[in-house]
Design a binder for this molecule. Structure first.
Ligand SMILES: *Cc1c(COP(=O)(O)O)cnc(C)c1O
Length: 228
């Protein structure tokens, strides 16, 4: 799928029509669902056609890769909105605050404190999503379900962060619907309206469960050469 603006436009149109159908079919509220185009592992040449086709919201999972790719692209398209969707180490928090517009992978107190400090230093206030380990998987990032609401409150009240919603990556190989429903319930309990959930394989289900942001990579850009 690399290459032309026409291909990028076709891919975007196709995803948007599926998003629209999902919203209508399930009677989701009429607000637009934000499409976060996950461009991780794809180089600037692959991303450019999507920018030319009007896509402005992108997701990346690595600070270093974002630093290599995006400053030049942002110079051409200043209204780009970059979401960090991968795990963040505290020693990269300063760079992340400089590079990104939204942090979707906030999942622990130490990171919340350091992000808050770096945002003050940079005089920026980036909206954050709290990542929840919705499947309770040992190897996955995210705050435990049982701690999520308290953590949201600490992020807002103690750290003074702007918490936009919750984010999750459900376990592989299982129907995602029940996990999405559970994330929506948690967001409700925490008084949050943002829900970042749904990827290429399950974004329609996520929209049915109330997603406000879907993160779609391979359905737009094609298969990633390596895991990432
Ligand atoms: C890679 C990634 C995506 C996109 O996955 P696709 O299946 O290619 O759509 C979404 N969210 C996160 C957190 C990711 O790391």
């Amino acid at each position: 799928m690399a290459g032309s603006a026409a291909n990028a436009q076709t891919a975007l149109d196709y995803i948007h029509s599926r998003m629209e159908k999902a919203r209508r079919r399930f009677g989701a509220p009429p607000e637009a669902v934000e499409l976060v185009a996950v461009s991780k592992t794809f180089d600037a040449d692959a991303i450019m056609p999507f920018l030319a086709a009007g896509q402005r919201c992108f997701g990346e999972n690595r600070v270093q890769e974002t630093k290599d790719k995006w400053p030049a692209l942002r110079a051409l398209y200043p209204d780009v909105e970059l979401h960090l969707i991968g795990p963040l180490q505290t020693n990269k928090a300063r760079e992340a605050v400089a590079l990104f517009d939204v942090i979707e992978s906030l999942d622990r107190d130490r990171l919340a404190g350091i992000l808050a400090e770096e945002m003050r230093r940079a005089d920026k206030r980036l909206p954050c999503f709290i990542q929840v380990n919705i499947g309770g998987e040992a190897q996955k990032a995210g705050i435990a379900i049982s701690e999520a609401v308290d953590f949201v409150n600490r992020c807002r009240d103690m750290h003074g962060l702007d918490i936009a919603g919750l984010m999750c990556i459900p376990p592989d190989g299982q129907p995602a619907g029940p996990y999405f429903a559970q994330l929506a319930q948690l967001a409700d309990a925490a008084g949050l309206s943002g829900l970042s959930m749904g990827m290429s394989g399950d974004f329609e289900t996520a929209i049915a469960m109330g997603a406000t942001h879907i993160r779609v990579g391979s359905a737009l850009f094609g298969h990633r050469p390596s895991a990432g």
